[in-house]
Design a protein around this ligand. Structure first.
Ligand code: FES
Ligand code: FES
Length: 183
């Protein structure tokens, strides 16, 4: 009796081009279209296909928070999402916070409280803090420290970051940035 062996992956299969798929996002209030392989990470799509390099890639394992954006109004890691999974979503990146030369109030607090050194973590910190402040009015320091532990900073020691977020909380309820949700 003959046995049919399962199909094995050949070098030809591995080298075969992968069909690209269409991805459409509303990023910082503007509709953006692109095409990419289904396996392309959202962080790579934002940075390399759309040129929005403010979103940083750190660990690429969902740990450090450097790649955090607002996705449909919620802080979300873009290194653990495929671009195609996010198709149709509204995204706000750090480029969408300032209004011309006018910093977003949270950015201004980061500036005034010296909440950054190298700045690598800062975009993810800002997006993490906006989501937190939008959903938590009048947080105490312990709540701020716990929330900001979702984003890893390697150089500030966090004191300035916590002070900046507390200062932003004192300004009153934090609205989501323009374009985060449908009008
Ligand atoms: S790069 Fe996404 S969590 Fe670290
Ligand atoms: S400012 Fe350098 S990693 Fe946070």
């Amino acid at each position: 009796m003959s046995t049919v062996l399962p199909h094995s992956t050949s070098a030809t299969d591995i080298d075969a081009p992968i069909d690209e798929v269409a991805v459409s996002l509303i990023v910082n209030g503007k509709t953006r279209h692109g095409r990419c392989e289904p396996r392309r990470l959202l962080v790579d799509f934002l940075r390399e296909d759309l040129g929005l390099t403010g979103t940083h890639a750190g660990c690429e394992h969902g740990i450090c928070g450097a790649c955090t954006v607002l996705l449909d109004g919620q802080a979300s890691r873009t290194c653990t999402l495929l671009a195609v999974q996010a198709s149709g979503a509204r995204i706000v990146t750090v480029e969408g916070l300032a209004s011309g030369e006018q910093l977003h109030p949270l950015q201004q607090c980061f500036h005034e409280h010296h909440a950054l050194q190298c700045g690598f973590c800062t975009p993810g910190m800002l997006m993490t803090a906006i989501d937190f402040l939008h959903t938590h009015a009048n947080p105490d320091e312990g709540e701020v420290r716990e929330a900001m532990s979702a984003a890893v900073c390697r150089c500030t020691g966090y004191t300035g970051i916590v002070n900046a977020v507390m200062a932003a909380a004192a300004l009153g309820p934090m609205p989501l940035p323009a374009g985060a949700l449908p009008e």
